[in-house]
Ligand binder design. Structure first.
Ligand code: NAP
Length: 247
């Protein structure tokens, strides 16, 4: 059974990806930060359908946590051949002029440093020259990276732009290592992330003004991630795929 690790796999897009991956035959390590009950519910949903999954607490911006998480995943599930770098946060709507240094630091710690540490660990473990089996890394960026998110969160938008650039560079570094690196850029997806930024109705409110007239569902992003993890996308690397309903 191929083994996959998903950061922030307990809720939202990560959870939908974990469920779909398990259905497609992956064993899944589900990382989360704080909500153990949500992680356990995702594990239970996978196991009740005959799948194999493991919950791993860890803060992605902590190097020690990230290394421990990858070690625990491989100890339990065997060598990883897929990693989804998905964990991310938003803040309440503010202009840059209003943002505190603490807010900016947390945004870049979690969304940039955290993603880079997880991608680094994936590169170390999947690369053939380092004893890995090759495989695929998928980074979860955002359409915010090209919209800029003015008056809401230019910090978040910039943090996601960093992931687009990482995708391009890391794909080139790992092209000869049997590891493909791609990103998805979701648009407005109906998850709890909007409530965490103080705008619980954001996906519904703004989704209706998009070309498709609705927000996306996490399962619609998961389908794209699973395609990028699969051999069906065998010649795609360094690609950044918008899943944004035309936004
Ligand atoms: P969500 O519903 O808020 O879920 C976030 C997940 O990440 C949870 O599993 C959470 O675990 C985990 N997490 C948060 N901070 C973490 C940290 N520091 N260390 C480890 N895990 C952490 O979010 P989502 O909407 O599914 O978003 C997933 C990704 O898609 C994010 O990178 C987000 O930026 C991106 N995205 C989302 C949208 C959208 O509209 N929803 C659009 C574009 C891009 P706990 O619950 O334990 O904290």
């Amino acid at each position: 059974m191929p083994a996959l690790l998903i950061t922030g796999g307990s809720r939202g897009i990560g959870r939908a990806t974990a469920l779909l991956a398990a259905q497609r035959g992956w064993s899944v390590a589900v990382n989360y930060r704080a909500d153990a009950a949500a992680a356990q519910s995702t594990i239970a949903a996978i196991e009740s359908r005959g799948g194999r999954a493991l919950a791993l607490q860890g803060e992605v911006s902590s190097e020690g946590d990230v290394v421990r998480m990858f070690e625990a995943a491989q100890a339990a599930l065997g060598p990883l051949t897929g990693v989804v770098v998905n964990a991310g946060v938003v803040g309440p709507p503010q202009t840059l002029a209003e943002m505190s240094a603490e807010r900016l630091k947390r945004m870049f710690d979690v969304n940039v440093l955290g993603a880079y540490l997880c991608a680094r660990e994936a590169a170390r473990r999947l690369s053939r020259s380092r004893g890995g089996q090759g495989g695929a890394i998928v980074l979860v960026s955002s359409i915010a990276a090209r919209l800029g998110s003015p008056f809401e969160y230019v910090d978040y938008a910039g943090s996601k732009a960093a992931l687009d650039t990482l995708t391009v560079g890391l794909a080139k570094e790992l092209g000869g290592e049997g590891v493909r690196v791609n990103a998805v850029r979701p648009g407005l997806i109906d998850t709890e992330i909007h409530a965490s930024g103080g705008q619980p109705d954001r996906a519904q409110r703004l989704g209706s003004a998009t070309p498709m007239g609705r927000p996306g569902q996490p399962e619609e992003v998961a389908e794209a991630i699973l395609w990028l993890l699969s051999e069906a996308s065998s010649y795609a690397t360094g690609a950044v795929l918008d899943i944004g309903g035309g936004r």
